[in-house]
Design a protein around this ligand. Structure first.
Ligand code: FAD
Length: 458
């Protein structure tokens, strides 16, 4: 294996949002997927119940859920399955629900406190069980591990984290979740950072691309038709006389329902999403495989970790013993110019023992950020459904949204209707306003209140 020290040889990361999707060879995830099945480009015309645009977690999990319920499905992916955020992320499957406060407020107003609490608890804690069962049922090899630590970056963050712990207790997770004080954290992580944390053995971490590829294979076995290298270029709305039709370079799919699952990577129906979702760039590094002595020193329990800041650092140990370290959200929508240069000092600050550790992979990906951080799920006229914008916490949420969509298309619209009723204010001024808001928020100790002042919490 050729080990590159990216401190010296970091390739310039390309400058546009869309180009992130094309650089899949550079990710550690893609390097683990050498035996992933390939799916041919769409040619000709297909007729199905549901056409899905995008082969990340949202699209693939929805395809699988629908096939399990007996629908006919065609999924079209611009590049390879998992080329978007799904094959580029931190791999942490946790109960952190983006937009929790704003969501709670709206749901309580719409449904009353009891129903709101029930939905929020489900959205926070059911995906872990769903994913674990799915991995077992379909025999998906994705390096799944349990164990996550949400650390207090500052002493002031402890109260918030303890409230979070209470919420996990209320969900019946007493035997899986516990508070760790500063010393107990440092027994588990060899770092000068953190003032305590919530240890959670219900939460998971895994190879997100391998999970998606495995779910795609399961869907294909159940009859889903998958096509890679099949970018959807246009969509004709369904009309009373005709079904919706999605068109690619060399083919088309006619369907009752079209699901837009391209997240921050698609440009379809952009006017509807303008001001409601923005691409943010996140970066990741993967070190060379570390030996057991080093791993046992820095993270003996192989926990996944993130801290309590708005723009946080996150990391975990992969199934091949690398430290996968990420962070550095860039809300401008432009790519991080040199992800290794930006992230290495943060990695070394976290684990001084790893000073000058060789970095073998560095990459970026796009997450869909919604100003009030509530996932963007809804219907458009002409038979379209969209599901996107999980604001950096989408592995768990996308799986639950997929289940809600499949239920809705099989006459159980309860959860889907609650999600689509949530309001997303349109941010005037677009990406520049979001950048300014987020930079101000990140730079101050009052991130949350500033965002509230900007009326994004509604
Ligand atoms: C660096 C990074 C770290 C993250 N870390 C975590 C984490 O640790 N935990 C967590 O829960 N979440 C994390 N996230 C967020 C999580 O990865 C996403 O929320 C989730 O993967 C979204 O899945 P998706 O299917 O909706 O979108 P994507 O995975 O982005 O998939 C969209 C797909 O649609 C395809 N596409 C776009 N347009 C078209 C078109 N016109 N035709 C056909 N196909 C099209 C794209 O090629 C892409 O494959 C992270 C995100 C990033 C970027």
């Amino acid at each position: 294996m050729v080990v590159k020290d990216l401190r010296r040889s970091q390739q310039a990361v390309t400058a546009t949002a869309a180009s992130c999707a094309g650089a899949s060879a550079a990710t550690w995830y893609r390097s683990t997927a050498t035996d992933a099945p390939t799916y041919s480009e769409l040619t000709g015309t297909l007729d199905v119940d549901v056409a899905i645009v995008g082969g990340g977690h949202t699209g693939v999990a929805t395809a699988l859920e629908l096939c399990e319920r007996g629908s006919s499905v065609a999924l079209l992916e611009r590049g390879r399955i998992g080329d978007g955020a799904t094959g580029r992320n931190g791999g942490q499957v946790t109960g952190s629900l983006s937009g929790l406060a704003a969501m709670r407020k709206q749901l309580t107003k719409n449904l009353g406190q009891g129903a709101a609490d029930e939905l929020i608890q489900a959205l926070r804690w059911e995906a872990q069980t769903l994913i674990r069962e799915r991995v077992r049922r379909y025999g998906i090899q994705c390096g799944l591990r349990t164990g996550h630590l949400h650390t207090a970056w500052r002493p002031d963050d402890i109260d918030d984290l303890k409230r979070d712990l209470d919420s996990a207790f209320k969900a019946g997770l007493e035997d899986k979740v516990q508070w760790l004080d500063r010393e107990q954290v440092h027994e588990r992580l060899e770092t000068p950072l953190y003032h305590g944390g919530v240890l959670n053995h219900h939460n998971l971490h895994l190879n997100s691309l391998a999970l998606c590829i495995g779910e795609a294979q399961a869907a294909a076995q159940l009859g889903a038709v998958l096509h890679e290298h099949s970018e959807v270029l246009s969509i004709d709305d369904a009309k009373s006389s005709a079904r919706a039709q999605v068109r690619t370079r060399a083919g088309a799919v006619r369907a009752e329902t079209v699901i837009l699952a391209g997240n921050a990577y698609h440009q379809l129906r952009r006017s509807h999403f303008r001001g409601r979702m923005f691409p943010a760039v996140l970066g990741n590094l993967a070190t060379v495989p570390l030996d057991d002595d080093t791993l046992n020193a820095i993270n003996p329990e192989r926990l996944a970790v993130y801290d309590s800041r708005l723009v946080l650092d996150y990391y975990r140990i992969t199934e091949d013993n690398r430290l996968l370290f990420g962070g550095g959200t860039n809300y401008s929508g432009r790519d991080l110019h040199d992800v290794a240069t930006k992230l290495l000092p943060r990695l070394e600050r976290t684990f001084p023992r790893l000073k000058r550790v060789p970095i073998e992979f560095a990459w970026t990906g796009l997450a869909g950020i919604v100003p009030n951080r509530i996932p963007l799920v809804g219907r458009l006229k002409g038979g379209l459904i969209y599901a996107q914008g999980y604001s950096g916490h989408g592995i768990a949420t996308s799986h639950l949204v997929a289940r809600a969509i499949a239920d809705a298309l099989h006459d159980e619209p309860h959860t889907f209707d609650m999600l689509t009723a949530l309001h997303h204010p349109r941010l005037p001024g677009g990406q520049a306003t979001l950048t300014t808001a987020m930079l101000l928020a990140v730079g101050s100790d009052h991130a949350k209140s500033l965002i509230q002042k900007l009326k994004l919490g509604k």
